[in-house]
Ligand binder design. Structure first.
Ligand SMILES: [Zn+2]
Ligand SMILES: [Zn+2]
Ligand SMILES: [Zn+2]
Length: 273
């Protein structure tokens, strides 16, 4: 499985659009892995999690052509993950797609409610409703949805994505998982776990997470057999309010068994690795 982190920042990006804080100033000065656009991950060239407002930046930076994406899986309707208006550019005259098989979008009722699906259908886009605690065929993959600890007024989903014998948990945006989700995760042995670490070293457990919460998530997964010795744990979706720069995050998280994601990071995961 080729897991391509296109963006690894929280809602406002890092450096944040309008911010004068020292963490943003340092990111501007140091550049490189400290520059974090809004969060999205592409898998095996055909699957993508979320459509953030930085999607066009991702296309330019990484030389992508989104006509290759066949399945767009949306975590929730917050604007940093779901800038649905961009999908309008999949229809003519904005796009010319030959032998088009369409684009399937997956999301909850709030994702459905926001967009103009009649308009999007003109670009070959189909909506597929996803509910927590349910499983779906998505192309050659199997998708399992769970309620995230995030945006309690409406909702958000975390996903287990299984393909070619590899299972990935895509866990943002979310706080520490609900007990009901922990129960359900016992059915899995995850190979890759990608977690929300919005708050850096701060002790935050709800809505988003900080380092103490993701460390507890890892150790509980290992203890309960949800993860194994070679499971890759990734921290992502960082905010300037968490303060730790990329090298500082690595200093804290690498010894604890975490990879710190950055924009453009690519993981090639194969069975038996
Ligand atoms: Zn977010
Ligand atoms: Zn800032
Ligand atoms: Zn959110």
């Amino acid at each position: 499985m080729d897991i391509f982190y296109l963006g690894t920042g929280a809602s406002e990006g890092w450096p944040a659009l309008f911010c004068q804080c020292s963490a943003c100033a340092k990111a501007r000065e140091l550049g490189g892995k400290n520059l974090r656009s809004r969060t999205s991950v592409q898998i095996d060239g055909e699957y993508k999690f979320d459509v953030p407002p930085d999607t066009y930046h991702h296309v330019l930076t990484h030389g992508l052509n989104l006509s290759n994406i066949k399945h767009l899986i949306v975590t929730h309707c917050h604007g940093d993950h779901y800038y649905w208006q961009e999908l309008q550019h999949r229809s003519a005259p904005f796009a010319h797609i030959y032998d088009d098989t369409g684009l399937d979008v997956y999301g909850d009722v709030w994702v459905e409610e926001l967009a103009d699906w009649e308009r999007l259908a003109r670009g070959g886009i189909r909506f597929n409703l996803i509910e927590a605690n349910s499983s779906y065929d998505v192309g050659d993959a199997r998708l399992h949805a769970f309620q995230a600890n995030h945006f309690i007024d409406k909702g958000a989903l975390i996903y287990v994505f299984e393909k070619d014998g590899i299972s990935l948990l895509y866990g943002n945006d979310t706080g520490f998982f609900y007990e009901e989700v922990w129960d359900r995760l016992k059915d899995f042995k995850l190979d890759v776990v990608s977690l929300d670490c919005t708050h850096g070293e701060d002790d935050v457990w709800n809505n988003h997470m900080g380092i103490p919460a993701i460390l507890e998530t890892r150790s509980r997964m290992l203890k309960e057999g949800i993860a194994h010795d070679e499971t890759i744990f990734v921290a992502t979706h960082f905010s300037h309010n968490g303060r730790l720069l990329h090298h500082e995050l690595e200093e804290v998280l690498n010894p604890q068994g975490f990879v710190v994601a950055y924009d453009g990071m690519r993981l090639a995961v194969s069975k038996g690795k």
